[in-house]
Design a protein around this ligand. Structure first.
Ligand SMILES: Nc1ncnc2c1ncn2[C@@H]1O[C@H](COP(=O)(O)OP(=O)(O)O)[C@@H](O)[C@H]1O
Ligand SMILES: [Mg+2]
Length: 248
């Protein structure tokens, strides 16, 4: 198991957004979290990546506690431990969030060198491997504005892979792309999973979830309604909220 989320709660002011969310992710597994807009999907990713603090709950990443519920509140890891945990997590945002003033290569090596202290030579070696794997070798010196949407997305994935994460989180990876690029992303995600990375895929794109996920969780109004294997999920949908979302 590379990720365990247990009894997660999160409110913004007095608006409860996550209401007791629990799930686990295995190494090499592709887990899709699907659900309507506003359901709390991005908030889950933000909690898992420590971009926002939860109110209650436990998040365990590859054997380390990002936060741990002690029965009355959630206690967060100390700074040095948090840095180790962050290394285990890769995150690709919906709009890619590349640094616009940096080349593709600089985008990929920036955090390893400046945040995590990876030796420059090792960081560039890894970056070159990733660019090769993602078919971007000739784009190393390009700037984000010179890239297509699909290329930007692959750079964002390369950047998120630069520290050999155990868990890769992708927020709506198909939403900013033309439909014909979907298959390419599906293949890239499958390659990452084959290397043993656990993939947490947030999407409201049912067709894409069906294409790529091993397991599907449906979330509505901050609660998980159903979680099951893809075959079970798409073969037998009884909950009316899910049926409504899928327009059945
Ligand atoms: N920083 C924030 N401050 C206040 N409310 C927020 C914030 N982020 C998200 N929310 C609210 O939390 C709910 C869930 O949002 P989000 O996790 O982005 O949903 P999803 O990704 O499923 O569309 C929404 O009602 C949204 O308005
Ligand atoms: Mg979202």
């Amino acid at each position: 198991m590379v990720l365990r989320v247990e009894n997660l709660y999160k409110s913004f002011k007095d608006n409860p957004v996550l209401k007791n969310v629990s799930f686990q992710l295995q190494a090499g597994e592709i887990l899709a979290i699907i659900g309507p807009s506003g359901a709390g999907k991005t908030t889950i990713l933000r909690c898992v990546n420590n971009l926002t603090n939860c109110d209650r709950g436990t998040i365990e990443v590859d054997g380390m506690y990002l936060c741990r519920d002690d029965g009355s509140r959630s206690i967060y890891a100390k700074q040095d431990e948090m840095l180790q945990i962050r290394k285990k997590l890769g995150l690709v945002f919906q709009n890619f969030n590349l640094f616009p003033h940096m080349s593709v290569m600089q985008n990929i090596v920036e955090a390893p060198i400046n945040v995590f202290g990876t030796p420059r030579e090792d960081a560039f070696k890894k970056a070159n491997e990733l660019l090769k794997m993602l078919g971007l070798t000739d784009k190393a010196d390009s700037y984000p504005f010179e890239l297509s949407g699909g290329q930007k997305q692959r750079v964002a994935i390369a950047r998120a892979c630069a520290l050999n994460p155990k868990v890769m989180c992708l927020d709506e990876p198909t939403s900013a792309l033309d439909p014909e690029l979907r298959e390419g992303i599906a293949l890239t995600i499958e390659d990452l999973a084959k290397e043993g990375i656990g993939i947490l895929l947030i999407t409201h794109d049912m067709a894409f979830a069906k294409r790529v996920a091993h397991r599907v969780i449906f979330i509505d109004d901050g609660k998980i309604i159903e979680g099951s294997s893809k075959e079970e999920f798409f073969g037998n949908i009884e909950d009316n909220r899910i049926r409504k979302f899928m327009a059945l």
